[in-house]
Design a binder for this molecule. Structure first.
Ligand code: GAR
Length: 201
């Protein structure tokens, strides 16, 4: 299966996907990495692994629709069958959502539906939760509210800061994202309303 990864920054989740492919855990290939930020560190990670890395400049397009049509052209050119959002900070519009319905996944650093949006780890820390975590979900037109595929908990420690907590959540993100992608690639996910059923292998 050809995967496209959309990024905006550091790309550690992209790296986790690359590593799980290179180790043989995930039987797929990344055909393209697309960034909306020109100097995103993630683009360098892609190039280092000889993966096509493309910057699509949002400033060049007068609307989200025109921007996404350009992204779509890049996706089609690389025969992408699944899109992974990995720290991609743009909210998706209709153009991409309808072209890839139920074929877009996202990783979010909170136990959704708690703490959607930006700085989720800090939101959770400041709220005073005792258990935080991360979620992989299908992307739909709602913000961070698509059907949930996998979640993992992280306990909040007495001496945590929002940063130490975010670091431990990130470790779990790097585990559950490849796991969820593997389930998708093996065609073991069934969306039933809000629920995602996982078929045994
Ligand atoms: C990750 O923590 C990811 O969960 C989060 O951005 C970070 C990207 O890190 N995504 C969101 O907050 C999306 N709402 P990375 O670039 O190192 O993968």
């Amino acid at each position: 299966m050809n995967i496209a990864v959309l990024v905006s920054g550091r790309g550690s989740n992209l790296q986790a996907i690359i590593d799980s492919i290179e180790s043989g855990y995930l039987k797929a290939r990344i055909s393209v990495v697309i960034s909306d930020i020109e100097n995103a560190y993630a683009l360098g990670r892609a190039k280092k692994h000889r993966i096509e890395a493309v910057f699509v400049d949002p400033e060049k397009y007068s609307s989200k629709d025109l921007y996404e049509k350009q992204v779509l052209a890049v996706l089609k050119k690389h025969n992408a069958e699944l899109i992974l959002l990995a720290g991609y900070m743009k909210i998706l519009g209709k153009t991409l959502l309808s072209a890839y319905k139920n074929r877009i996944l996202n990783i979010h650093p909170a136990l959704l539906p708690a703490f959607p949006g930006l700085h989720a780890q800090k939101q959770a820390f400041e709220y005073g939760v005792k258990v935080a975590g991360c979620t992989v979900h299908f992307v739909d037109e709602t913000l961070d509210c698509g059907a949930i595929i996998l979640q993992r908990c992280v306990e909040v420690k007495e001496d945590d800061t929002d940063e130490t907590l975010a670091d431990r959540i990130l470790e779990q993100e790097h585990k559950i994202y490849p796991e969820a992608v593997k389930l998708f690639v093996e065609n073991r996910l069934r969306i039933e309303g809000r629920k995602v059923k996982i078929l045994q292998s």
